[in-house]
Design a protein around this ligand. Structure first.
Ligand code: ZN
Length: 262
């Protein structure tokens, strides 16, 4: 959670950053202006500017890895809400009564049901229930199964691992349907480590998205597409946001300003 425009990190569910005035510290340490933005917002901004959403004004970009982050861009502007902490799509609650406990403390958040962490968790359960499976053979013990282990087993065609991807994709589609109902994007971009699994995740996510979207028969659905900028999206987005905020000398374009030492 990053306050905008102060760049003060309030808290994070999946790492130890808390109450950290990062923008001030970076400015003082470097002697330069600094811009601090939530990583998922930065990645979404990059995908909207020069990635899978280039040229589009209304997109949602999800970053699916350890957790699920999102950036929501409407009319070409990143939506930060009142204080900067909007767009926490990973913590919309999709399964409050039967769901998993989330790192944020709530139950059934989208990231507790559909992240790489969630895939590892249901993978460990599947191995404990069936120690003779192909998935089990890829890890030394049930405790060592991660999302990557499940991905490897699924690539080898293990039916149990494919079912786990179907489960994760199902919940992801539920979340994307709700987000689409609220924001009506032209495109939904899926990035982050888990999105590199491609159709293993995208196919069940698309099925569930089409099943749960509001008024399916009366609308054109936004395509669900993979991100283009890979793990560099956050870096590229941060740089683009810094350029956007930088004071620009008269008569010089941003491109000229960025290309020359000053
Ligand atoms: Zn949560």
């Amino acid at each position: 959670m990053v306050d905008w425009p102060s760049g003060h990190i309030r808290w994070a569910p999946n790492n130890s950053y808390q109450d950290l005035p990062l923008q001030r510290l970076l400015s003082e340490g470097s002697g330069l202006p600094a811009v601090v933005e939530n990583d998922a917002n930065a990645a979404a901004w990059a995908e909207a500017a020069v990635g899978a959403g280039a040229g589009l004004a209304n997109i949602i970009a999800l970053t699916i890895g350890t957790g699920i982050g999102a950036g929501i861009i409407l009319n070409g502007e990143l939506q930060r809400g009142d204080t900067g902490i909007a767009g926490e799509a990973g913590h919309i609650i999709v399964n409050p009564s039967g769901g998993e406990r989330c790192g944020c403390g709530a139950t059934g958040c989208l990231e507790a049901m559909a992240s790489g962490t969630a895939l590892g968790r249901i993978g460990r359960r599947a191995v404990a229930a069936d120690p003779a499976s192909r998935l089990a053979s890829l890890a030394a013990s049930a405790e060592e199964v991660t999302g990557e282990t499940v991905h490897e087993a699924a690539r080898q065609g293990d039916p149990a691992a494919l079912r786990l991807f179907d489960e994760i994709g199902y919940w992801l589609g539920v979340g994307i349907a709700s987000l689409t109902n609220v924001f009506d994007p032209q495109l939904v971009i899926l990035g982050g480590g888990l999105a590199t699994t491609g159709d293993l995740l995208l196919t069940p996510a698309r099925e569930s998205f089409e099943r749960f979207i509001f008024a399916r028969a009366h609308r054109k659905l936004p395509p669900l597409v993979p991100a283009r900028l890979g793990s560099d999206a956050g870096l590229i987005g941060a740089a683009l946001l810094a350029l956007r905020q930088a004071p620009r000398p008269r008569g010089r374009t941003v491109r000229e300003f960025a290309a020359r030492p000053h």
